[in-house]
Every structure is written in structure tokens, then in C-alpha cells.
Design a protein around this ligand. Structure first.
Ligand code: ZN
Ligand code: ZN
Ligand code: FE
Length: 763
């Protein structure tokens, strides 16, 4: 054995800053008797180690298999260099390079070490509501600019006390360079406000908030990315009051409980669901409710699921601490009225939430970027995102080839935006429905913030084909102002492409795209939504689609499924008999108007929308005639399903047109014969599954294509998704569905960027 020392230079890229990377490397280097240094560079970290080659190998191995918990290593380059004469291992000052960038960590739920300290009476941060460390706490919500350093966060307002500063400067401390680190003496504090007057501070404020919640009051609670509205979920009148004051629809409220044991009293939980609940992002997880749960029905009217999350900030833990007589489940719904964006600025919250909340539990840590809770469920043992926001954004989607800087602006509903750079596509947090001034402002902020954070100056823009979307207006204006080429992308092609990118599907071989949703403008100026495409990232063919139905008056019919049911009946030449639920649901004036409209073709658009077919069926069997939130009729139709029913209805296929008239006729007969809504709902869903399979099989026979991609909001329907995947897989199809971005329109921006990049290359 020789004593010869060798040296290696290592560059690591990915999420490697602000996550305790340098102290970890310092620890490993010291452990393996290496000298050298580490420093942050703009695009990652740079390490030089000097020592015996065996020790260096061990060091590299350990770093690769055991990086800091929040780090995400995308690239790891090692090269040999000449050893220098260093005698110790050091952490050097950062060297920023102009224009360079690196991924920013999302916000991370409180870690077990911090929780332990917060509950330890001997710890100096005992019961401190803002305890955090390099492994947990706020990130994206407090960053104003990069490099990620305290002065560039909203924590700049708090000067560290000597003890915090010592921890911050000590490479071996868990709080080494933890930018939001703070304590009772130097950090943010909570206050309780009632009619703008401060009633209590610090721990007393939390105690008071708990008293109010115990007494059935509604509170606005400032959290990580905005305000929540909280109340006792088992108190019917509190829940009802909240619903009335929020003026929101029947949409389900999210719930929070102290731990998994409590959630398990109310919902069925499998191992994957537990894992998802406690994952660093702590999303809201959609769970099947237990019959015995005493949670108010008003929390999720006519649904069989609850959306639960665990506390993710220290404040939540203090607020929800179990105690006799204190509610074990709190409603924690976003702080807004109806569909406005969540309130996150204190003044705005005070204004907008004043009429909803009895009191405010607030604090003086500023939120720089608003962010909603993420929502997910588990499908086939894998996470299935429904809203990708807190805890995920702004983590990028990785692609296999470097992309030019492209801005994808998304669609209209459930908007997110995407910006590409190198092999990354950065997806913004959930912006929401671009239908009011507030959301469209939030949309522009999301674009500017993402551009700034990752130093991206878009050279191309991709938007939806729909000329009236706010995002399209923005794109056209900007394309004009800045002379940037614009790509207008068909909505369902964007869905297909997003699903391929989500699955890192790298070839240009065409796939079958089952793109089912509510609305998307087609290339023929009709409204599409029940589309079976054959295509790749570059181009597509509309291979099959649902038969067109008349959509009378657009938006008004989307909000009133009963009108859609009658439109279907009219098209099929079936009389509007008063025994039919949708006929009963509408006033005679409305029916007369509707009939004239249909007969004279006034303000009628043709639509092949799958969402509208669900609406029609839901209303036809008396489940939902009026939708107070997007997708309500379909959600309630799914909730009605009887899982034991295997039968299905017939449908027609006329060339490339899928006609559900035979199914609708059978539904009417069943309903007439007093077959229950649950059985009818199951049969309708089964018909769709069979139809999808038949068509995929026909395409495979004809074209040899055996990969199927599922995208579009309709695939949020768990029954449909699981049964489709199962049947297709059983018949040896490769099935792709979403894992990283939602299947709804929150994936559109991703698809737009991918398609634009392919068009640019002319592939
Ligand atoms: Zn921590
Ligand atoms: Zn301190
Ligand atoms: Fe869509």
C-alpha cells in the first residue's frame, strides 16, 4: 500500500443548495480523512477532495447513496485533478456566475428533528411556531431572488440573535446556512387579531385561537403560502356557516388532523397513502371515508372521500395539539371567497376574509409568493397529482434533451405556467382559473417570478388555440411587444404531449392519446373533449371522437348539466317527458327558451366533450342538475357507483365517430324500470372502459400501436382510470398516465412547451 494522495473534482447539479449539502459533504470528507473544499457555484456545488483513492471512492459512494434528505441530484460529474497541499477540509465562499441558475427547493414540511426540539421543554426553541432547519421549512414562498441567501428572502427583516448566528455559521450544525432559521428571541411571532385589534401574542395567541376553534368559531390562519380558513370539522353549524360565508359552491373542504391515527378514524388508509401523507411535501391526500366518521356532511357534500393533510408547519402542530374537548379534525380550506386566489398578503387577507373569519391568527413573516396546498391521491400504488403546488413547485420536470427558453402559458382553468431551460421545464405553482382580475395578476406574477428565479428570458411563447383565453391574450400581446415567435397549440394535443413528457417517453413513435376533458378548442372551431388522438410530441391525428352534441349557450350549460341532458335528448329526438329528472329541474320558461335555441340553432356550439356527456348522464338520472364547481356532476356521478356491478351499455361506432345514443336510451329504460342510480352509473362507466378498449384494440390491429396515454380532467375519475388501466394492461397495452403533473389543465403548459420545442426542431 502506498501513501500516495490523489485528487478528484466533483460537480453536482440539481437541488443542492439550501438543503444542507455542504455540511453533509464536510462531514463525509472528514470521516474519510479527505482534505480539500466545497463551494456553492451558481449551477450547483463544486467539490475537490484529496486523499487515498480508496477513501475518495468511499466518500463518493456515501454521498451518492446518502445525500442530505432534501437534496435532489440530477448530475454528478467526477474528474481527476492534481492534488493540492491542503491540510483540512473547508467550506469556501460561494462564487456566483451571471445568468447561471439552479433548481430551488420547494417548501418542506417540518422535519422530525425540529418537531422533537419544539416539543422539548429544555430546548431553546420549545414551542416556537417558526422552528426550522436545513432539512425543513419555507423555501419557495420566501425567496425573492437567487442565489438563495437570507438577504434575498422575506427573512431579511429579522436579524439573527447571536445564538442563531452561531448555529448558522457552524458547518456541523443542522442549521448551517438555514436561511429561515430563527428563534423566540429573534424571529417572527404570531398574533391574534379580532376586528383589527390585537387580542393576544405569541403562545397566548395560539391558546386563544384554540379556544375560539373549540367554541365553533371560524378563524383565518396565516400559514406557509397563504391564509387558511379553519373551523371544527365535526361541528355541523360551524361548517355550514363557513360554507355560507365563503359563498363557495359545494366543493369539498380540505381537512387537517394532528397525526395518522386520527385520520385513520375517519378514512381508510393504505401504506402508500400513509407514505404520501408524511412525504416531505405533505399534500392533501384524497381518501375514502369510513362510514362511522362523524365529520360534518357539509365538508364534502355527496362525496365518499375526504381530502386530508397532516400539519406541515410548527404552527399547525401547536394549533392542533390533541386535548380533551379540542376538535381532532379541522377544516383547513384556502382563504378566499369562491374561486378567487388564496389570500397571502396581510392587508388583502384582512380585507377579503373579514366577512368570513371571526378572528385572525396571523404572524409577521411575509409570504413572497402565494402557494396553495397540493392535492394528490394514490392510483395503482403510485402518487397521482391533482394539484401540484406547495411542496412540489418549483421543482422542474426533467427532459432528455436541452430545450431553448420557451414560455408555455397554459390554458384557462387550473392554470399553471411552464418555462424551459436546458433539460429542465420549471412549472409554476397552481395559479387557478383565469377568470378574474386577481387570478390574471397572479398569472403574470408567476411568469415574472419564475423567469427571474431561474434566469430565463423566453425566446418563444406557446399558448392555447382558444383566442379568448386570458393566457392567449397575454401571449399575443407579449409576442407582439417583444417580437417573440408564438405557437398556438391545440389543447388536446398539449394534453397528449404533457402525458408523454410526464412519463419521459423519449421516442417519436406515435401513441394512442385518450384525451378526455370538458373543453378545448378544436382545429375545426368546435369544442372538443372526447378525443382519441394518434400522435407524438410533434403532431397528431384526430383518430376518433365522441359524436357532436349541441352545447346551447356555452358557459350557462356547463353550469347547468340539466340543459346538457335536454340537449342530448333533443338531438336524439326523445321528448322532454316530465318524469325525467332534468325536465323537472328546469323552469318551463327556461325549457321553452332552450327549445327555441336548439331548433333555431341560436348560439349553439357543437361539442364532442366527454365532460358534457358525464354532465348529461348525471342529470338524466337525477344526481346533479346544477354544478356549483367545475366537474361537480361527474364527481357526484362517480361517487354514486356501485362497485359490484359489471354490466355495461351498448354504444355505436360510425367510422371515427363514437355515439353514446344507444347507452343513453338504455339509461332511460333502466331508470324507467327503477334500476338504481348507482347501478346505472356503474354501467355507464363500464361502457366507457369497454369503448376505450375496443378502439385501442382496433388501432393496434390497424397501426400496430400499443402505447396508450391518458390525459385530461376526466381521468381524475378514479374508477374510470383504474378500470381502464387494468383492462388495457391485461391486454398487453403499455399505459402511460400522469405522475408528476396533474391530468387536468394544470398539465397544458408542459405540453405546450414540449410541442413548441419539437416544432422548432422541425421533427
Ligand atoms: Zn427541521
Ligand atoms: Zn435567534
Ligand atoms: Fe383539458
Amino acid at each position: 500500500m502506498t501513501n500516495e494522495r490523489t485528487s478528484k473534482k466533483i460537480i453536482v447539479r440539481g437541488i443542492v443548495q439550501g438543503v444542507g449539502f455542504r455540511p453533509t459533504v464536510y462531514g463525509y470528507a472528514t470521516k474519510h480523512n479527505l482534505t480539500g473544499w466545497i463551494r456553492n457555484i451558481s449551477s450547483g456545488v463544486e467539490i475537490q477532495v484529496i486523499g487515498h483513492s480508496k477513501d475518495i471512492d468511499h466518500f463518493i459512494h456515501e454521498l451518492k447513496i446518502n445525500p442530505p434528505p432534501l437534496a435532489k441530484i440530477d448530475e454528478f460529474h467526477v474528474k481527476s485533478v492534481l492534488p493540492d497541499s491542503s491540510t483540512s477540509f473547508e467550506i469556501l465562499a460561494s462564487v456566483p456566475t451571471e445568468g447561471e441558475f439552479l433548481p430551488v427547493s420547494p417548501d418542506i414540511a417540518l422535519c422530525p428533528d425540529c418537531l422533537r426540539e419544539m416539543q422539548d421543554p429544555g430546548d431553546r426553541r420549545y414551542r416556537y411556531p417558526f422552528i426550522n432547519c436545513t432539512n425543513c421549512g419555507p423555501r419557495y414562498t420566501i425567496i425573492k431572488d437567487i442565489p438563495y441567501d437570507r438577504p434575498k428572502t422575506t427573512m431579511a427583516a429579522f436579524e439573527m440573535c447571536p445564538q442563531c448566528k452561531n448555529e448558522y455559521d457552524d458547518p456541523l450544525n443542522r442549521r448551517y446556512h438555514a436561511q429561515p432559521t430563527a428563534c423566540h428571541d429573534c424571529g417572527p411571532q404570531v398574533t391574534f387579531l379580532f376586528q383589527n385589534k390585537q387580542l393576544a401574542q405569541k403562545m397566548d395567541a395560539i391558546t386563544l385561537a384554540r379556544d375560539w376553534l373549540r367554541n365553533g368559531k371560524i378563524l383565518a390562519v396565516k400559514g406557509l403560502g397563504g391564509y387558511h380558513l379553519a373551523c371544527d370539522a365535526q361541528n355541523d353549524s360551524a361548517v355550514e356557516t363557513l360554507r355560507n360565508r365563503k359563498k363557495r359552491s359545494q366543493k369539498a373542504f380540505a381537512l387537517m388532523s394532528y397525526n395518522l391515527q386520527i385520520i385513520e378514524r375517519h378514512c381508510h388508509l393504505d401504506e402508500e397513502e400513509k407514505r404520501l401523507l408524511i412525504s416531505p411535501a405533505h399534500p392533501i391526500v384524497i381518501l375514502n371515508r369510513k362510514k362511522e366518521s362523524a365529520i360534518a356532511d357539509g365538508v364534502a357534500p355527496r362525496q365518499k372521500t375526504f381530502g386530508f393533510m397532516l400539519p406541515y408547519t410548527p404552527l399547525h402542530y401547536l394549533l392542533l395539539e390533541p386535548e380533551d374537548g379540542f376538535p381532532e379534525v379541522l377544516v383547513m380550506t384556502s382563504g378566499n371567497k369562491s374561486e378567487e386566489p388564496i389570500a397571502y398578503l396581510d392587508d388583502d387577507a384582512a380585507n377579503r376574509l373579514e366577512s368570513i373569519a371571526d378572528g385572525f391568527l396571523t404572524n409577521n413573516r411575509e409570504i413572497h409568493i402565494r402557494i396553495d396546498d397540493s392535492v394528490a391521491r394514490v392510483i395503482s400504488k403510485i402518487e397521482y397529482p391533482i394539484r401540484r403546488s406547495r411542496g412540489y413547485a418549483p421543482s422542474p420536470i426533467q427532459v432528455d434533451q436541452a430545450l431553448p427558453p420557451i414560455l408555455g402559458v397554459g390554458a384557462e382553468l387550473k392554470n399553471t405556467i411552464a418555462l424551459s431551460r436546458d433539460k429542465y421545464i420549471f412549472m409554476s405553482h397552481f395559479v387557478g382559473d383565469l377568470e378574474n382580475f386577481e387570478t390574471s395578476q397572479s398569472f403574470e406574477e408567476a411568469i415574472l417570478h419564475t423567469q427571474k428565479l431561474f434566469r430565463i428570458h423566453p425566446e418563444f411563447i406557446a399558448c392555447d388555440l382558444h383566442p379568448d383565453y386570458l393566457s392567449t391574450h397575454y401571449s399575443k400581446n407579449r409576442s407582439c411587444d417583444e417580437q417573440i415567435p408564438l405557437f398556438e397549440i391545440q389543447h388536446h394535443h398539449a394534453h397528449l404531449s404533457a402525458c408523454l413528457a410526464d412519463n419521459q417517453y423519449a421516442t417519436d413513435d406515435p401513441v394512442i392519446g385518450l384525451c378526455f376533458d370538458g373543453t378545448g378548442l378544436g382545429t375545426d372551431n368546435t369544442i372538443w373533449g372526447g378525443e382519441i388522438l394518434i400522435g407524438n410530441q410533434f403532431d397528431f391525428n384526430r383518430a376518433y371522437h365522441l359524436k357532436f352534441a349541441p352545447l346551447p349557450g356555452g358557459e350557462i350549460t356547463i353550469k347547468k348539466p340539466a340543459r346538457m341532458a335536454l340537449a342530448y335528448l333533443w338531438q336524439m329526438g326523445i321528448e322532454w317527458d316530465l318524469v325525467l329528472p332534468p325536465v323537472q329541474a328546469l323552469s318551463s320558461e327556461e325549457k321553452t327558451l332552450l327549445l327555441t335555441q336548439l331548433e333555431k340553432q341560436i348560439n349553439i356550439v357543437q361539442t364532442s366533450s366527454m365532460g358534457r356527456l358525464f354532465d348529461a348522464v348525471s342529470s338524466l338520472i337525477g344526481i346533479c342538475h346544477e354544478a356549483t364547481y367545475e366537474g361537480q356532476a361527474a364527481i357526484e356521478l362517480e361517487a354514486a357507483i356501485n362497485l359490484d356491478e359489471n354490466e355495461s351499455y351498448p354504444y355505436d361506432l360510425d367510422d371515427d365517430i363514437i355515439d353514446f345514443s344507444p347507452a343513453i336510451k338504455n339509461i332511460l329504460t333502466d331508470a324507467n324500470n327503477k334500476v338504481s342510480g348507482s347501478i346505472i352509473s356503474s354501467r355507464f362507466h363500464n361502457t366507457l372502459v369497454n369503448m376505450v378498449f375496443d378502439i385501442c384494440e382496433a388501432i393496434r390491429k390497424r397501426n400496430g400501436i400499443k402505447t396508450v396515454a391518458l390525459s385530461g380532467g376526466v381521468w381524475q375519475n378514479r374508477y374510470l382510470l383504474e378500470h381502464t388501466i387494468k383492462l388495457l394492461r391485461k391486454n398487453h397495452f403499455d399505459v402511460l398516465w400522469h405522475h408528476q403533473v396533474p391530468t387536468n389543465d394544470a398539465c397544458i403548459a408542459l405540453g405546450q412547451v414540449m410541442i413548441a420545442s419539437k416544432k422548432l426542431k422541425g421533427e
